[in-house]
Design a protein around this ligand. Sequence first.
Ligand code: ZN
Length: 561
Amino acid sequence: MVTNEQRTPRLMVIGLDGASFDVMGEWLDAGLLPNLGSIFGEGAHGVLRSTIPPVTPAAWTTFMTGKNPGKHGIFTFEGRKPGHYEQRLTCGGMRRSCTIWDIMNEHGLSVGVVNVPYTYPPDPVKGYMISGMDAPAFDRRVFHPASLYEEVLSQIGRYTLARLPRRGERYDVAELRQQIDKMGGAAKFLLERHPVDVFAVVFTPTDHVSHHFLSSKTASQGAEGIEDLVEWTYRRVDAHVGELLRFAGPETTVIVMSDHGMGTIERGVNLNRGFADGGLLKFHGGSGERESVRGDSCAVARGLLTMLSRTVRRRISSQMLRRLAQSRLPIHKVHWWMSSGGIKWEDTVCYTMATQGLVRLNVRGRDPNGIVEPGPCFEATRRSVADFLLGLRDPKTGRPLIEKVHFREDIYHGPWVDDGPDLIATESDDAPWGILPGLMGAKAPLLVSRPEAERRVVDLPEGWHRPNGIFMARGPGIARRVTGSWHIADIAPTALHLLGLPVPDDMDGAIMEGVLSEEARQRKIARDPGERKSKREAASFYSEDEEQSVRDQLSGLGYLD
Ligand SMILES: [Zn+2]
């Protein structure tokens, strides 16, 4: 392990997963978060726009690489398994790009990276790395160097990296408190014992607690006296931020950031139900009564899509939605990764994948039972599916359920684009609904209300990811009292520039000039034209046991089913 005499890092990044000014703004104003508030008030702050969609794996990987998912290969919680409909769970090992940690190491700076999501297995950095929420367990596997495991275990004890209550389970506040305290305690211990040039730590409870309690505020055992569990969590994390800031000397630049924001939702959008109602997808078991679409694929797709005339769309989006919303059919959750789910693939034109509006067409030659011909037919079908999505409406208000549909090449570019979705549907930032994961079930309606969700045992979190995350910074190189709006890909080049290191040309983000002090802005920006490969020889994936263990954790957040 690299150790040096320097007691304070030159750069400290504190991540608060899912933190949003929409959630924490009033507590900052009221002085309830004094440590975060001091950075907010003194330095630069503003909104940090997330990846599209705003999901943890893609967003933190974009933070670490400065690149879009087409270049780093991590799009969401699940990734493509070529030749299968079943998907494999994403882990940090699937990242295909070098990181800022690699670049800092190359220039002789040591790094300490703790609990950053999507860093399993840990990279062999100079310094140390302890994996974040994609870690399958708390053991030697998640530590680099592995010897650090015993040290942290003996000093801090076992702390869960991402233990979460499942829906219906109550959050044990004592356990939550312990989790936050041990995360903070481990960070403090490492800063004290193993000083590094660049230190990064992420607190994940800000995200997890918001998922469960953003609107109800408290529903937990041991929560006596806590009126708002989300506020309590932010305050507890703020206290640990205060402890960590004691290790920030006059030479330390501090960045506080989140990977995405958070907002309340009242309903969930079940896109595959919408596709089934529109004749674009068929479930096994006869829940859709339409004719089979088997046959010549392009003719089939064209035939199907003639149903999507404006009139028909309006009919689907009002009458049928109303009927579905009122229906009382029981919901059977369909786990599509087991036995190819409830979808009848040979009759399906398009379907949604894991989280938040990622849609794939069922393409002949690419997908096992693909029916859409590649080429012009694919393009025509894709445009029609986009129109269909944009035509879906809230039956009560007529408001569009989907605000935008992106074609993948509009937002992703790079060698791994093919691993991504064909279309990305997004809700508006303030919509009272969120697009739920893929196959919630053949019989769940398109728009699931909270009472329905509870009756039918569908996971409908209270808080849902939103695109606007947070950014705050202070210290050397940072302007005083400025505000702005940036993108999460901008952090990597900015961090390198603040450290006086060259910025690789293949990063997509830009240096956040508005954040920089006059002196840092004047400094010549060094460019590095070389492209770097990741240090790993090849992508690595979970073993079956590891995958199951992480799947269990993520299900608790409503990300997967
Ligand atoms: Zn997150």
